[in-house]
Structures are given as C-alpha cells and as structure tokens.
Design a protein around this ligand. Sequence first.
Ligand code: MSP
Length: 509
Amino acid sequence: MGKPFYLTTPLYYVNARPHIGHAYTTIVADCLARWHRQQGEDVFLLTGTDEHGEKVAQAAQARNLSPKVFADQTSETFHSLWKTLRISYDHFIRTTDPGHEKTVQEALERLRPQLELGIYRFWYCLPCETSFGLSEVDAAKALCPQCQRPVKQVEEEDYFLPLEKHRSWLKKYIEDHGEFILPVSRRNEVLAMLEKELPALCITRPKERVSWGIGVPFSPNHVTYVWFDALLNYISALGWPDGEKFKRYWEGAGAIHLIGKDIIRHHALYWPIILHALGVPPPKTIFAHGWWLVKGEKMSKSKGNIVDPESVAAAYGLDPFRYFLLRDAPFGEDGTFSEEALVKRMNADLANDLGNLVYRTLTMLEKHAGGRVPSGTASSQLQSEFLRVQQSVALAFSLIAPAEALKGIWDLINQANRLVEEKAPWTLAREGRREELEQFLYALAETLRVIALFLWPFLPATTEAIWRQLGFTAPLSDERLPLTLESLAKKSIPAGQAIRKEGPLFPKV
Ligand code: MSP
C-alpha cells in the first residue's frame, strides 16, 4: 500500500439542492485525489451531507416531510450529482449515520468534565447556522455580520466548551506550522481573530427549540449543536478513537480539509480546539478557497442566481464544466461564473488547443501512417520537456493550485501545436521525407499519451477518449506517475499500435 493521503470536502447541508459552489470544492477534491492516486498513494477522499439542525428541520416542515425523509431525498441528489461529475470519493458520510451519532456522543462524554453549563444569550443567523456574540451584531439593524441577512436574539441554558484557555496554544500552532491554514491571507485572518479573547463555544441546543439533532448523552433536554456534530465527521468517518483508518489517515497522513472561505472560523478556530480538548492532533492543512460569484454577487436562493451544476454539465459536457472551474480562478481566490466565460474557455483551450491537437494528430496518423503509430523514438529533448512539465505540475499540486498545474500542461499542448505548424508534416509527406515524417508523428503520438496522463485528474472522460483513440486498451486510471527517464524509455507508445480515430473531442459552441 502506498503512502496514505487523507482529503475531505465540507459536508453539505441538505436543506437545499446542490449548486456550483458545492460542485466546485468537490471537483477540486476529486482532481487532487486522482493526482495523488496516480502517484501511487493510498488516497481516502471523504465527502457527505450535514443533516441536522434547525435549518434542515424547517425546510423539511415546509415540505410536509419528516427531517429524516427529507434528508434522505436531498442527500441522494448529492450522491447522484457526484456520480454525474465523476467524483471518485472513497466514503460518503451522512451525519445521521448511526456510527457518526455514536462518535459524537462519545466525544461529548469525553469532553464532559471540561464543559460548563450556562446561560446563552446570542444573535443567531439561521441560514449560516451560526451564532454571534451580543457585541458582534448591531442591535439596531439585527443583520448577520457574515451574510447580512436578519438575525434573531435568543436566550437559553446550554453547555459550553471554553475556548479561551486554548487560544495561546492555537496561535502558536498556527505560527509554527506554515501549511496549517492556507492561503496566507486566510491564515492572517485567523491570526487576527486570535488577538481577541475567545468566547466559549455553545455546543448544545435545548430540545424544545431545536429537536432535530444528536441527543446529548448526559442531558436529555439537549441536542448537539449542528456544527459540533458536523465537524466530528472528519474523524468519525475514520472510526475514531480506535479505528485502523483513524490511525492510518488521521495520525499517519494528516488531514487536508478543503473548505470555502465562508466556514473558516468553524474549521480554523473551533475544530482545532475541539480536537485539542479531545487530545487529538490537528489536521495538516485547512485550505479555504474563494467564492464563485454570479454577476459580481454570491449565489443565493433569495437572489435567484443559483447555478445548477447538473444542467451546466448537461449543456456543455462534464469535462468543459470541470475544466472551467479548475482553470478559470486560482484556487483560493474568488471567480466569476458565466456561461459566456465557460464557452470562451471551451472554444479556446479545449476545442482549439487540445481538441485540435488530438484530432489533427490522429488524422495525420491515418493519412500518412496507415492508422498505426509509426516507428520512432521520443528524443531526449522531448523527454526532458515531459519531465519539466511534470515538475511544474507536481509543484502546483503540492501547493493545491490546480489552475497552475493546467497552465503547465497547456505549455506542452501549445508547444506541440506550434511544432506541427513549423514542421508541416504534410510537406514532409509531399516531399517524400518518410523517415523524418514518421519520427515526427511518433513524437506527437507519444506527446498525446503523456498529455492524457497529465490531464486525467482534471478531465477524466476526455483523457479516456484520447487513450482509447491512441489504441490503448488497459485503463488509463491504472497508469502511474511520475514519469521517469526509465519509464519513458520502457513505456512510450508502442510502434505499430493501431489507432482508433473518433470525431472531435469538443464541439465548437
Ligand atoms: N454544512 C456546512 C459545512 C460543515 S463541514 C463540517 C456548510 N454547508 S454548505 O452546504 O453551506 O456548504 C458550504 C460549502 O459549499 C462552502 O464551504 C464551499 O465549500 C461551498 N460553497 C458554497 N457556496 C459557494 C460559492 N458560491 N462558491 C464556492 N464555493 C461555495 O457550510
């Protein structure tokens, strides 16, 4: 078994249907997971749904359904979307899974001696499922500091986990571990939050107000706060405290949590402190990415600007959709989603650059080489070019920068297209320069093989089509990177292999 690698997405709320924001985090996670699998690593990719809390209960009530039946339905739409988007997750956790509920109760029992019972007065934002201290909200306006929607004031008796006594530890931990919170702008934001005293975290809710939650074992009148419940998924899915997977992936590899910047506070303050209080080491990295905006605004139901990933993928194809999200905005920064921008990328990068290279290469192989890979060798110059691109891709992945990785791969694609123009194989054919022609076509076919390998984490369907058309029968997913000079010498595309040309990979829109 290879080196363990543990990667998670947030658990998505089941109160609404999935949108491209959810698809985004999950596609990036899938891309990373595929890359690490190509490196021979033992990857565990976790995703799932967050199913408790007031918001879900209310959404269910509005539909005249029990929370569980409603959660079953929406959780299923996430399942089926991940299938459509070819998300290669290893486990899909639901916070209503009995195993998860048991783990949450076990954690509460273990924390019990540290908890304090007190009166909780707060502003509560239902859409964010987040409470704010009395001083954090302007009472005259009563708007959520995070999403600007109305908040309400609540007062009740609850259990609290004191955070303040962990503050200096967390601050030092963040300062000492450069890759703990990324990107750096988010790390600074969290360090700034740690300059002020941390109010205790209220981790229960009275049953009479919120009934849809995990019962608190030592207090029949309370259920668990939905965020406390949900965060624990990252270790409950691994069978904490004694599970083999917990040892292998949490302790052995260290978790990489991909999240959106909207939930940095929960992941970078509350979660490490909950773990610390439980005596569990923190995750390795929390990477908070930006938002996809539509016409400059965050998507929301009230604005009616929600983009449905299922219909975008159906209209333009899965891989163009994946490509756009992975390429158009640097991971960590905001991006703007529009169909025009997607079409532009699709026509330029996919149809013109990649699609054209594949189509013209296969056409030339048919026309000038009898539909077979001619005999030839990949020059050492070409091989070192492959290795150079590989290095840049590996560096980009180590920084969780998929857009950068794509830029490196596109250098290779653009270079190959340029070479076709310069070499003009059709002229070589006309002038009967057979050997030169075959050598050039061989190099092009080999370049396509390597491009398919590099692009597989991003464009699984497209690269499988390239693979098939190049005449390979073994699955592309079984191929391993990194390339080495030795593997390039041994595994370069076999001369004589019959190609199977199909239509263009991408229609021009
Ligand atoms: N259930 C909590 C997370 C619990 S994790 C233990 C939650 N769920 S959510 O359904 O609201 O999903 C939030 C996540 O969806 C964000 O962190 C981000 O990953 C993704 N996105 C939601 N909207 C987004 C955009 N507009 N753009 C990009 N991603 C965003 O919060």
